[in-house]
Design a protein around this ligand. Sequence first.
Ligand code: MN
Ligand code: MN
Length: 474
Amino acid sequence: MAKKDEAAKTKKNEANDLKEKLFMKRKNTGLEMTESETAKADKFCEEYKRFLDVGKTEREACAEAVRLAEKAGFVPFDKNAKYKAGDRVYRVNRGKAIILAVIGKKPVEEGVDLVAAHIDSPRIDLKQNPLYENEGLAYFKTHYYGGIKKYQWPVTPLALHGVIYTADGERVDVKLGEDESDPVLVITDILPHLADEQYKRPAPKLIQGEELNILIGSRPFRDDKASEAVKLAVMQILNKKYGITESDFISAELECVPAQKAKDVGFDRSMVGAYGQDDRVCAYTALAATLDIKGAPTRTAVTILTDKEEIGSEGCTGLQSSYLKYFIADLGEMYGTNGRTVLSHSKCLSADVNAAYDPTFSDPFEKLNAAYAGRGVVLTKYTGSRGKSGTNDASAEFVGEIRRLFDKENIIWQTGELGKVDHGGGGTVAMFISNLDVDTVDIGVPVLSMHAPFEVTAKNDIYMAYKAFRAFFK
Ligand code: MN
Ligand code: MN
């Protein structure tokens, strides 16, 4: 070998060595995870899919969390009781949110470890006076909940979930469209042949809010040639099935969600496709990590599955309310300290999804800082929009602590920022928890087609989220 070539080769090796030493390594779960760990991820996701199918609304997800928690030895929290390390308690907030806690070895005045996910998802809610008839077809009027691309919701089978309180206060649970033998409901769309005018609308108005009308019947009541015979026939069915009259819709919460069940996606079955993975993918992994705590964790582990995140965390079941603060205060009092002392020493993983880089729609992403499906759980330092407005911007200290924890526990993780600067944005519950003087950072799973009726996640990432929450609760 000529001397010149040799020198060049040495230089190249030196560069490689230096790169190895100095550059950040980006990991891919598909290459890094062992076969046995991948099998564990697949197995874990079977239970996850089941959870998605039985918990399509905040109420159902909360009820399922209670069922699983009780099976795992959790009991309703009694603020007058005295708990010892390892005891497992939960408190439900109005059937729509739940806090679970496993009492730790250290006194709570040294703080607790919080994980907070949300169990509400974008959907189509019925209006208070929903029922009407138009030209021989019966419909429900709706008002969508959360940020949806309205054009994605017509012509997909919908199921109706929720509760109705009758005039005399009786509760009626509704779940229609989930059983194989159930009918489904649907929003119609105009055929392409006649869509010339619709095509001229800007995309956000392709389907407008008042066009999200749900088709629910077409056969008239036989003996009535007068008006509203189809509406009457539908109301008669609803009266027989649920014992309700039209005015009972006023005191109801009825939510239309995709009737589709959770499915494996891809020839390799490496992904999960389902409605409501934002944020039940983090809710389920956080819940599983909590239920799987063995004995007593070092610090008290507290998991919150909250409602109303998709509409700004407002209302008494959202995290802008005081229900978490009150629970922590009750917990503190039990051990002779106050809530604020506990909170000031607490740490929180705000468990919410981030957007996965979509190669087909790459433009809104900034490749260096985007999260990618299959590259592990995402650490999102800040969310918000337009100059970090409306965000918890996690401190370098806390991000450093979480980063070291994940590396120590062999958790494959990546960073994520929601799109390019000034290309939109979003938020999570992180800022509402950090407002309580709690160090908080967003940790979650990257999602493709977020907020669509069928969202996609990678199984390996889901498993890494579970591992991350488990590690945090040690
Ligand atoms: Mn979310
Ligand atoms: Mn969301």
